[in-house]
Design a protein around this ligand. Structure first.
Ligand code: PNS
Length: 163
């Protein structure tokens, strides 16, 4: 049986922390489907096309990864993909409450699908898309925290917002 996981998230934008989790996940799963949330009620810095483009560029060296989009329940999307698991990364303790709440709700909604948490590498413990975007917004150096195309796109975005 093919071991399939979905890796859901906003990916606004993809960071090196996400890539670290994917790399670890690929040691456990034959296929990981990145499931990008398209929720129109959420405000994203990058539109869906941009988020996909940055992911595609960052994943050129990866095999066994697909990119898809979803709106609605994560467990429903996982079932549609025939995935046995939902993959999520864990960083500092502050992630736990939100992640446990979500995992327990997901389990209640579909008992067949397991949430698998992987610890991120130490160097990514305190990084997130949000904090990286905030640093970049004020001209902070985000080199090495995100893939090269993402760094370029964040800079362009902030220059266009604040010329
Ligand atoms: O990258 P993020 O923003 O932390 O990802 C959050 C995500 C997409 C995993 C979460 O918002 C989600 O699963 N949304 C879909 C709705 C859903 O199924 N929620 C959890 C159970 S109610």
């Amino acid at each position: 049986m093919e071991r399939i996981a979905i890796y859901p998230g906003s990916f606004d934008p993809v960071t090196n922390g996400h890539l670290d989790i994917l790399e670890r996940g690929l040691k456990l799963f034959d296929k990981i489907i990145i499931a990008i949330l398209t929720n129109p009620k959420k405000t994203f810095l990058f539109n869906l096309k941009e988020r996909i483009e940055m992911l595609e560029d960052s994943l050129r060296e990866f095999s066994g990864v697909e990119i898809d989009t979803f709106d609605g329940l994560t467990v429903e999307f996982a079932a549609q993909c025939n995935a046995q698991a939902i993959l999520r990364g864990l960083r500092a303790m502050s992630d736990y409450e939100y992640e446990f709440q979500m995992a327990l709700m997901n389990r209640r909604l579909n008992r067949e699908i397991q949430t698998v948490f992987l610890m991120t590498g130490l160097r990514w413990i305190y990084t997130s898309s949000s904090i990286i975007k905030e640093a970049a917004q004020f001209g902070g150096n985000i080199e090495g925290m995100v893939p090269p195309l993402v760094e370029k796109k964040i800079k362009e975005k902030h220059l266009s917002i604040r010329p």
